[in-house]
Design a protein around this ligand. Structure first.
Ligand SMILES: Cc1cc2nc3c(=O)[nH]c(=O)nc-3n(C[C@H](O)[C@H](O)[C@H](O)COP(=O)(O)O)c2cc1C
Length: 201
């Protein structure tokens, strides 16, 4: 029953912090993967609120250098050594980063169209964003790549918007640095499945 590529990819998708940039795929392969997820992952009313930016090479380095500079100003100096090392080894050392955004102008459009659902649209946009993140993460795993999910927003929102001249309605939701895995993920604990998933028949 579990001899299935999709099941394997879902199970094997892990947070992989030890990555480098020596991947065998091309940037176009990764762009195609991200585009595929953006096209096919669902959204409420098919309103397509998710936006992504793929950064590779020098642009990817720029993101993590800017993040470090912002953190340097707020993290105590003795702790910053650790912060810098984590960013360098776990994120910057990778091949690229996928940035996930929600286009809030789309939420506003749909709130105006369906006022009775007004409160739901921002929540649904986050649901859809999470699905996109999961799809990209799992597809990267299926290619043999490792990734993690990071949240340096809102600290980095402004520099990201300015550096890549992004639409001001795009709200940054998550950052996914990825690359060639150089160490496996650690063990993972599971709450007993019976406590989490019920069946009535
Ligand atoms: C909504 C969400 C937010 C997360 N935020 C972070 C984060 O900010 N930094 C991080 O290193 N991992 C983050 N993670 C990764 C989780 O810690 C990780 O997925 C979880 O511990 C299970 O481990 P696994 O990914 O190896 O299966 C996040 C995961 C989810 C689903």
């Amino acid at each position: 029953m579990t001899d299935n590529i999709l099941w394997d990819a879902i199970e094997n998708r892990r947070s992989i912090y030890a990555i480098d940039d020596k991947i065998s795929q091309s940037t176009q392969d990764i762009k195609q993967l991200v585009d595929f997820a953006v096209m096919h992952v669902p959204s409420a009313f098919n309103n397509q609120t998710t936006r992504t930016v793929l950064l590779v090479g020098a642009e990817h380095h720029k993101l993590w250098d800017m993040t470090k500079e912002i953190l340097r100003k707020i993290v105590p100096a003795d702790k910053f050594v650790e912060t810098e090392e984590k960013i360098d080894i776990c994120f910057r050392a990778g091949y690229g980063t996928v940035l996930f955004f929600i286009d809030e102008s789309v939420n506003q459009e749909w709130q105006a169209k369906f006022p009775s659902y007004a409160e739901n649209f921002p929540v649904w946009a986050h649901h859809s964003s999470g699905m996109h993140q999961f799809a990209v993460w799992t597809m990267l795993e299926e290619l043999g790549l490792g990734a993690t999910l990071q949240h340096y927003n809102p600290l980095i929102d402004q520099v990201v918007q300015e550096e890549w001249k992004l639409d001001k309605n795009w709200r940054l939701i998550a950052q996914m640095p990825f690359g060639r895995p150089v160490a496996a993920a650690g063990p993972k604990e599971f709450v007993p499945i019976e406590k989490r998933s019920l069946l009535f028949e």
